[in-house]
Design a protein around this ligand. Sequence first.
Ligand code: XIL
Length: 300
Amino acid sequence: ADTLGAQAALSGRYFGTAVAAGRLGDSTYAGIVDREFSSVTAENEMKWDTVEPSRGSFNFGPGDQIANRALGRGQQVRGHTLVWHSQLPGWVGSIRDANTLRSVMNNHITTVMNHYRGKIHSWDVVNEAFADGGSGQLRSSVFRDVLGDGFLEEAFRTARQADPNAKLCYNDYNIENWTDAKTQGVYRMVRDFKARGVPIDCVGLQAHFGAGGPPANFQTTVSSFAALGVDVQITELDIAQASQTAYANAVRACMNVARCTGITVWGVRDSDSWRTGQNPLLFDNAGNKKPAYHSVMSVL
Ligand code: XIL
């Protein structure tokens, strides 16, 4: 096949990109999105600060623009993200009453998932809840601090009710190295959810890598999560300097695990990346395929 999406489809996987609504008027950008990718994730447009900037007042315009454009072209849409401590409006962060915050969180999940019901194949229900470093515990956030660790379970149960057909994912960064305490903390949570029947279908590994690419044990991480009975998705892949070897290693780890169902790169051209100056993507500033593009194609 001659595009990332078509090549990934040969093994039943998708190959996606983050899309920014404000760039879709750029015909080079839109042309690559439409030609190469079989899935899209809104880079910012489905985050809480955009979707519910004040309590009970929902703004779906920018997210709809991305989702409807993609669906009209036969692309899948990943939902990103429902519960996250970042890009969270101040009115949520300042809630101190647990009953109020529980109701606000559940209303947000339910309203957003209902709006997109039938349109989104996987939702990042909770994003980045675990702490960096050696604790293996949840990070401090308004959700953890006011509701306790149980906010994750509550969020996933609410999400299942809102859209029973969407795959429910836990998504995080720095959980690619199998021996890291953060990876092990997420692993224990997923194992506990599966043991107790808390709904979870997928783990998203963001995969924002430095120039060396994934750790040598990355495939062990992918296969270990998959062995718990969840899908694994690489959700935000980018690699500083985009070496061919690093990209090939990242993609190969997914290809080698049956339940690794798709890969999303976090932007189109280097100039579109949130990692300014790191040239971490598959297309150069002019929209040309970089060497890493061809190495990805050879592994897919
Ligand atoms: C980033 C976007 O790419 C930027 O445009 C925005 O300013 C900040 O967020 N983890 C995530 C993504 O889950 O939502 C983040 O996206 C990158 C890190």
